[in-house]
Design a protein around this ligand. Structure first.
Ligand SMILES: [Zn+2]
Length: 118
């Protein structure tokens, strides 16, 4: 098995824990692919950590998002909302979630008001 072939299956090998004997043999004798495997494992470990991280939503955020006026563009609304409520959004991570949530809520509101057409 060539390095290119092994590297093609490495993501699945790490993600699904596949136990392909040919891949294992190649990894045992190829330091470059073994290093690539270590990088994938590290990346997958980091992704698992990200998936388990939770963020506390500020009280009343949903009502505030619904109160955003719809006249201006959705992105402007989200920016103004976050700027007005900067004290509520402690930390950049929460602000990023709030901006994404505001944009999503504005999009949801505009879609909810739009009549369904075929
Ligand atoms: Zn290799």
């Amino acid at each position: 098995m060539r390095c290119e072939e092994v590297r093609e299956v490495l993501p699945a090998h790490v993600k699904d824990g596949s136990d392909d004997l040919t891949v294992r043999r190649h990894l045992a004798r190829c330091p470059e692919c073994k290093a690539e495997l270590a990088r994938y494992e590290s990346l997958m470990g980091g992704l698992r950590t990200l998936q388990m991280r939770s963020v506390d939503v500020p009280a009343g955020l949903f009502d505030q998002l619904l109160a955003i006026p719809e006249r201006s563009s959705r992105l402007d609304s989200a920016r103004h909302h976050v700027a007005r409520h900067r004290k509520v959004y402690v930390g950049g991570g929460i602000a990023a979630v709030a901006i994404a949530g505001a944009a999503g809520a504005a999009l949801w509101r505009s879609k909810a008001r739009r009549p369904l057409t075929a």
